[in-house]
Structures are given as C-alpha cells and as structure tokens.
Design a protein around this ligand. Structure first.
Ligand code: AMP
Length: 392
C-alpha cells in the first residue's frame, strides 16, 4: 500500500511516499516558490536528486506534476495505488488529540483555527483541497503538530491571565513539533525496551522545543499558544517577560503585526548576533571569537538546560533524555555544552560517542545515571504510519 505524506507551506509543498507496512521510502521531494516567479521542484529517488524548473502557479499544479513524476518514475502505475495522503497541520487546537480522516467538519475546524496559526493552517488547507481534487480516491488525513500535547494536565496549559481569555479566545498552551516528540519518544521506549518511562525529548531545530513525556504521553512542553515560546530559536525569541512586548511596541511605535514579525523573524540567534539564524554560522562565529555568537550560544544552551531541570523535577525523575532535529542531531558543540551542565544529575558526556552527526547514538558514559541519546527524527514516517493505520 502506498502512502504519501504532505507538508504544504504557503509557497511550498514537501512530500514523501512510503510503501507500507514495510516502511520503505520510495520517493521524496519539494516544490518551491509556488505562485512566485522562478518556481522549481526537486525529487529524490533511488539515491539520485533531480531538480526541474517549471511554472507552478498554485498547489494544484504542483500535485498534478507530482502525480506525473510518480507515474513517469514508475513509482505508481495509476493514481488508484495511492491509498492514503497524510497532511501535516500545525494547529489543531483543542479539537484534535490524534490523526483524523479529513471531512468537511475537519476542514471547517482547521479553518476556524487559522487565527492561531495564520501562516500555517491556511497553507495546509490549500494543500488538502488540491490533493482532494487531484487524487480524489485516496483517504486524506490531517496529522496535527499539537495533537501529541493534548494530554497535558490543565495546570500545564492554562496561562495565568484572565480566565476568559481561555474560554472566549482559546488562549492556552498548545505546543508544537508533536509529531517529532512522539516519534522520538516511541523510538526511545523501543530502545529502553519498556513503555513505563519518563523522558525529556529535545527537538532542537530552527524551531525548537522540549517535552516531558510520561508513559508515552506528553505532560508538558515548552511551546505555547504559538510556536514562539520556550527555547531560543533561529529567529524567534522564546520565553521572556511579556511586558517587553507592550513596552517596545510603545517605544518603536509598531503595530501588533509588525511586532509579531520582530519577535518571530528578527529575534533569537539572528536577533542577538545580527548575523545568522543558522546554528552552523553561530558555531563558526564562536570559533572565530565572535562575542555575540558566544553569548547567544550560552543563552541557547542555558535555556535548554533550564527546561531539562524543570521537567526532571516535575516528572520526579527521568529515564532518558533525547536530542533530535537539525541542531540536536548535528551540533556536537551544542550537545557537549548542554550535557556538560547536567553533571549534578549524574549525567556525563562520552566525548567520543558525541563526536557524530545524524546517527542514532548513546552519547553519555555507561556510569551516567540518566542516558542521553541522539535519535534522528522522522516526522514524515510518523505521518505515513498514522495515515496507513486509517487507510488500510
Ligand atoms: P531543522 O529545523 O530541524 O531542519 O534544523 C535546522 C537547523 O539545524 C539549522 O538552522 C542549523 O542551525 C542546524 N544544523 C544543521 N546541521 C548542523 C550542523 N552540522 N552543525 C550545527 N547545526 C546544524
């Protein structure tokens, strides 16, 4: 059975197709600059990467092109072979605690939540509608970034603001990266050989978040109403005194929309260094003696350590800590700095094991009280697994 996972952005469309239940990756790729001039797409198949330039006026044309490529590359003989399509949706609010088959009601609810994810949810809807038009026979599912976090207890998701903000405006913590946290937590439990575990999962990418996971269920997470809370990120500020926002809006005479851009696109690693939002550039800057890079690196590390300490106490212990996503999987120096601050918990880095990138690996010494693992995330596979279970 062939299952396609789709991640639609406002001008992009990432996809990956698996043969299920074997979980064999068949083809993947990305359509970019949809609706903008100079659009193109890339495809990875049989270890080869192909790039083609073509006019992509909308997501429907991207899907039609995708179908053509699937047929030309003999991944499928006909459209009927695609049994399920799983769509990544950033914000599912309190409506969805798991992956669901898409119908009119699901689409209406995702649209209702556009206000909470104005950049992401409308793009997902565009992708869903285009897929339904081009591949109508497939079971279409919505896989929500927020769903995994719906098991949090009330005390961890209600903000200490007027309660009506929650009841009337849906203001609460929803979390993000749920598909990734769930994937690595499940994999960690497989490695540990049991499910009655307390885990801290650190998704450290351009966007970054930490989750506390007890018996496979999320009990707390660092992201909030939107994906700009908790950790310091590439260009997002994460946690800070809320009054900074109103004070600086007054000082700079900027609107809420302009402030949103400053906090989401001009802050984080980029804001502090005025250099880059990419940890590779920050790491290079540190080596060159750039003081701001060194400063933001210490800030980034401290924030991760704060959350690990918080969740360790909150869960009354921890069986394993997981690092994943771009920085978690690849930044040797970031992991080293984080783990070297955890000695008080009896956690010690194995320098040699940590000297690796993108590999599943135990990176702490055998005498560490809590093991730390690198587990590469695979959100697409998670989407495909969920979709397969609903489509079979
Ligand atoms: P993601 O959002 O998961 O794709 O992660 C993207 C981030 O991972 C980039 O912004 C980089 O900062 C970081 N990253 C990827 N490779 C490396 C590397 N080799 N060393 C340090 N950071 C890396």
């Amino acid at each position: 059975m062939k299952i396609l996972s789709v991640n639609a952005g406002s001008s992009s469309l990432k996809f990956q197709m698996y043969e299920m239940p074997e979980e064999k990756a068949l083809i993947s790729g990305n359509f970019e600059r949809i609706g903008i001039h100079n659009s193109f797409y890339t495809i990875k198949i049989n270890g080869e990467k192909i790039k083609k330039e073509m006019d992509l006026p909308n997501h429907k044309v991207a899907f039609e092109t995708l179908v053509k490529e699937l047929e030309e590359n003999k991944v499928v003989d006909s459209l009927e072979e695609i049994s399920g399509i799983g769509h990544r949706v950033v914000q599912g609010g309190a409506y969805f605690d798991k992956t669901v088959v898409i119908d009119d009601d699901v689409i209406a609810k995702i649209e209702e939540l556009n206000v909470l994810a104005p950049l992401h949810n409308p793009a997902a809807i565009t992708g869903i509608k285009a897929a339904m038009e081009v591949i109508p026979n497939a079971v279409q599912t919505a896989v929500f970034d927020t769903a995994f976090h719906q098991t949090m207890p009330e005390e961890n998701y209600i903000y200490a603001v007027p309660y009506e903000w929650y009841t009337d405006y849906k203001v609460r913590r929803y979390g993000a990266h749920g598909t990734s946290h769930m994937y690595v937590a499940n994999r960690m439990n497989e490695i540990l050989g049991r499910t009655d575990t307390k885990l801290i999962t650190c998704h450290l990418g351009n966007g970054a978040s930490v989750s506390a996971v007890v018996n496979g269920k999320c009990v707390n997470t660092s992201m909030g109403l939107t994906p700009n809370a908790g950790l310091i990120m590439g260009s997002r500020c994460g946690d800070m005194d809320a009054t900074v926002v109103t004070y600086m809006m007054d000082q700079l005479k900027v609107s809420p929309a302009e402030m949103d851009i400053l906090l989401n696109k001009k802050s984080g690693l980029l804001g502090v260094t005025n250099l880059s939002s990419d940890m590779r550039d920050i790491d290079a800057g540190v080596l060159e003696g750039n003081e701001r890079c060194e400063l933001v690196k210490r800030m980034f590390v401290n924030r991760v350590v704060e959350y690990i300490a918080k969740y360790y106490v909150e869960m009354n212990g921890c069986d394993a800590i997981v690092f994943t996503a771009g920085i978690g999987e690849n930044s040797i120096t970031t992991r080293r700095r984080i783990v070297n601050k955890l000695g008080v918990l009896g956690i010690y880095l194995d320098e040699e094991a940590n000297d690796s990138r993108g590999e599943e690996k135990l990176i702490t010494t055998a005498d560490s009280k809590i093991p730390c693992y690198v587990i590469p995330t695979d959100e697409e596979l998670m989407i495909d697994r969920d979709t397969y279970s609903l489509a079979k």
